[in-house]
Design a protein around this ligand. Sequence first.
Ligand code: DQA
Length: 149
Amino acid sequence: MSSPRILLLNGPNLNMLGSREPKHYGSLSLVAIETNLRALAEKCGANLECFQANSEEKLINKIHESFQQIDFIIINPAAYTHTSVALRDALLAVAIPFVEVHLSNIHKREPFRHHSYFTDVAEGMICGLGAKGYEYAFQFAMEYLAKHA
Ligand code: DQA
């Protein structure tokens, strides 16, 4: 099998990780999270691309560009989790399997965070496990791709 191609997508305000509300999101920066995941990917022989954007349009365009180029997406849609039919539709349009990740436990927080436009079409959802959630999602992606090769 050729190297699995995995895309890590992070939505709005996640570029502020490290200093942003550490009680919810921890103290690791996005750069540190991406660096850890790149090291894991290299160890596993996977190609990992990382992309963060604050606008819905950029995230949607990135998903469209991934059509037939990417095998699996790990996405933290951030606030778009609770608002974006457009981002959900983009993921359905490219038909790339994905896992939804949240650093915080969205179900322990304000009621408006309890609903996600992604969970019912995701392979799975990880929340509340901090930055480790991205690593668990990556491990799942590798297992999923091995199984569906
Ligand atoms: C988040 C949870 C969202 O409710 C919030 O808007 C975020 C981050 C998380 O990772 O816990 O920006 O997706």
